[in-house]
Design a protein around this ligand. Sequence first.
Ligand SMILES: Cc1cc2nc3c(=O)[nH]c(=O)nc-3n(C[C@H](O)[C@H](O)[C@H](O)COP(=O)(O)OP(=O)(O)OC[C@H]3O[C@@H](n4cnc5c(N)ncnc54)[C@H](O)[C@@H]3O)c2cc1C
Length: 479
Amino acid sequence: MQNKETVVIIGAGPVGIAAAAQLIERGLKPIVLEKGQTVGTAMLEWGHVRVFTPWKFLVDTAVEKLLLKTSWSYPDKEHMPTGREIVEQYLMPAATQTALASTIIYGTEVIAVAKTHLSKSSTAGRDDAAYTVHFKTNDGHYNSIEAAAVIDASGTWHSPNPIGLDGLPVPGERENKAFIQYGIPDVRNKQKDDYAGKRTLVLGGGHSAINVVLDLLKLQQDSADTQIHWGLRSINIEKLLGGGINDQLPARGELGQAAKRAIDSGALSLLTPLKVHSITRAPSGLSVQISVDDDVASDIESIEVDRIIVCAGFRPDLDILRELRLDIDEIVEAPTALAPLIDPNLHSCCSVKPHGVEELTHHDKNFFIVGMKAYGRAPTFLMLTGYEQVRSIAAELAGDHEAARRVELVLPQTGVCSTKGKSPASSACCEPASPEPASCCGTSTTTASTEPPLKATSSCCDPTHSAVPAPKKTTSCCG
Ligand SMILES: Cc1cc2nc3c(=O)[nH]c(=O)nc-3n(C[C@H](O)[C@H](O)[C@H](O)COP(=O)(O)OP(=O)(O)OC[C@H]3O[C@@H](n4cnc5c(N)ncnc54)[C@H](O)[C@@H]3O)c2cc1C
């Protein structure tokens, strides 16, 4: 297939859909390739989880305009939906009842992107060459499509971090993958049979892990044999439960408090600071070799569990982009200009300067990584930030360079930072973040509804930040 005017978008998540709507608004021709059978395929995998951002921060303006031409009505703007509700009440109507419907091709997994007839090492004529996007269809066929520009909005949900502290799988992790799940499985409903009455080790110190642990505790109320081990890399449990999580967000603060009550009640065993060394099969389940302090290998002990749930964050799959000339930061794996704004070694802030085409440009012209994937390994992405990214890119591709560089996003008050032993009130942006791969990406709804939003130009650690009233409501995390 050949079409040099086409803009191919990889992934029909909220940001891919927003990109398509923004391009349509600009008179361009998007084609969205989605590997799943529906919009929001990744989101549906955590569909049982309630987000901490209300509807008013989840709907893209261009998608909204398309939807308002149908019988769709905006959900309660202050309500915080689940992932499934976002798909059913927003993405699905957009993908079936608007002009977006004819742009999405399902069951189409992009396996590589290249410059047409030019390998990575070929320079002559590169800027003028089109892109060829190679894909595999559900029925196992391989094909390709040519495009003038490519927007990669494929997220990171399908490339979770493994167990090893060095970023690699521990021995036995691959071999026992049938008993190991990554992300936030629905242990109370869809996967109840796998977890009820079983021994589960949950690994991770972010809100994904807390969500999983609390769900397992609810399961334990119905099925008393359910045993829960919770392994955290960091010994700073107070920060997790009393500082970083005990924020001003009622729902999120309650998450931390509920986890604290559970630990105090002895309903679960807490293993911290935990290192997993290896995993082997035991006669009845898995034997996990661990050490539970900062000591050396001589202190290795074993625990037996039936299943492991890993909530250690995500990373971008850059393999499909191997033939392109990217401009990627080697630490965060985000575009180089964006990386310093979101590097978790430097910030645990959620208030990232709104950004667009300037920060997202690569060496290969008219190729962009957007959405969750644009944040690489950083866990602080907000949908609203992604909508601003694709608004700017669509303007650039349409030749409206001024609009592309204009910041239109008004960020909601977002969570701030690591407290590092200070009281939450004294916590500030720009502190080094926790090494735990906690995700911090919600917004303070109470704040947003009662206080003015941050100025669009304000940014955590930006010198201009001091001119803006510091957000009083802090950390909100969702990973
Ligand atoms: C539990 C949880 C809670 C969150 N809560 C909030 C919140 O409160 N507020 C907020 O603003 N953000 C939140 N986020 C962060 C973020 O906004 C979401 O993860 C959001 O779904 C990211 O959107 P996306 O479009 O970038 O990627 P995704 O939603 O991950 O969509 C990517 C799409 O690309 C498809 N795809 C992947 N690879 C390919 C391929 N090779 N070819 C074709 N298709 C492909 C996938 O199937 C998927 O449909 C949360 C995230 C999680 C995990």
